[in-house]
Design a protein around this ligand. Structure first.
Ligand SMILES: Cc1ncc(COP(=O)(O)O)c(C=O)c1O
Length: 233
């Protein structure tokens, strides 16, 4: 009999599952490390959610989430076409890998086309997404004080043509946020796509949303907001 495991794609068989952050079992503890909020939702939010849970649940939602995108665009001062709504932002991160990164192993000269680049330490899902996709990974160490290293000073480590670069701001687990001017500089120098993952921006860091208007950028919003910078043509 065929071992079911042999039917799984070899690449997937070799994957290590994503390990979520520490999940303490202490009752009533608010897990800030997993982004839990110490405060309950506004009573207005609860009322709106309850009012929406009626017979309409039997229907498919608007396929492009157009009404939601219009409201989010108004709230964030951009256009609905800058917004992509996902089922959690992990889905949007996965979509970005699928959309922008070549899975096949390319010749050394074209390796950048299949490279997912990210800083270390940062979100542990980025390398997992690269592995699932059969892409190359380029983890680049942050400076000792967790600031972004000067990418021009380390051309051997940094790939300015990487198909996709993830930058988390503020970063997890360091908690350090990066100024929009710094991120803009990095985006403009990069030839590939840069995703600015602002999962934790509401904890007080500067948001890079204004870049949407000033550079050719697409804004993605799942639970956490993300910015995708499109390289100039
Ligand atoms: C940096 C970062 N981006 C994205 C996510 C995914 O968030 P979501 O729950 O919206 O999928 C997380 C969750 O841990 C995260 O830490």
């Amino acid at each position: 009999m065929t071992d079911l495991k042999n039917l799984i794609r070899p690449l997937v068989r070799e994957l290590h599952g994503y390990v979520p952050g520490e999940q303490p079992k202490i009752k009533g503890l608010i897990k800030l490390n997993t982004n839990e909020n110490p405060y309950p939702p506004s009573p207005k939010v609860l009322a709106a959610v309850k009012a929406a849970a009626d017979g309409r649940l039997r229907l498919y939602p608007n396929p492009t989430a157009q009404p939601l995108r219009e409201k989010l665009a108004k709230f964030h001062g951009c256009k609905p076409e800058h917004i992509l709504v996902g089922n959690g932002s992990d889905e949007l991160l996965a979509l970005a890998v699928r959309a922008f990164v070549e899975p096949a192993e390319l010749s050394a000269s074209k390796k950048s086309r299949s490279t997912v680049q990210f800083f270390e330490p940062s979100y542990s899902l980025y390398p997992v997404l690269a592995d699932i996709h059969g892409a190359a990974k380029n983890p680049v160490p942050l400076s000792k004080d967790f600031t972004l290293p000067d990418t021009e000073e380390s051309p051997k480590l940094w790939d300015s043509r990487a198909a996709l670069t993830f930058v988390t701001s503020p970063n997890a687990p360091s908690g350090r946020g990066y100024f929009t001017s710094v991120l803009e500089g990095l985006c403009l120098k990069q030839e590939g796509i840069v995703v600015l993952d602002e999962a934790y921006v509401d904890f007080g860091a500067e948001t890079a949303i204004p870049l949407v208007a000033s550079t050719a950028a697409i804004r993605l919003r799942g639970k956490p907001p993300m910015l995708v910078k499109v390289p100039p043509r």
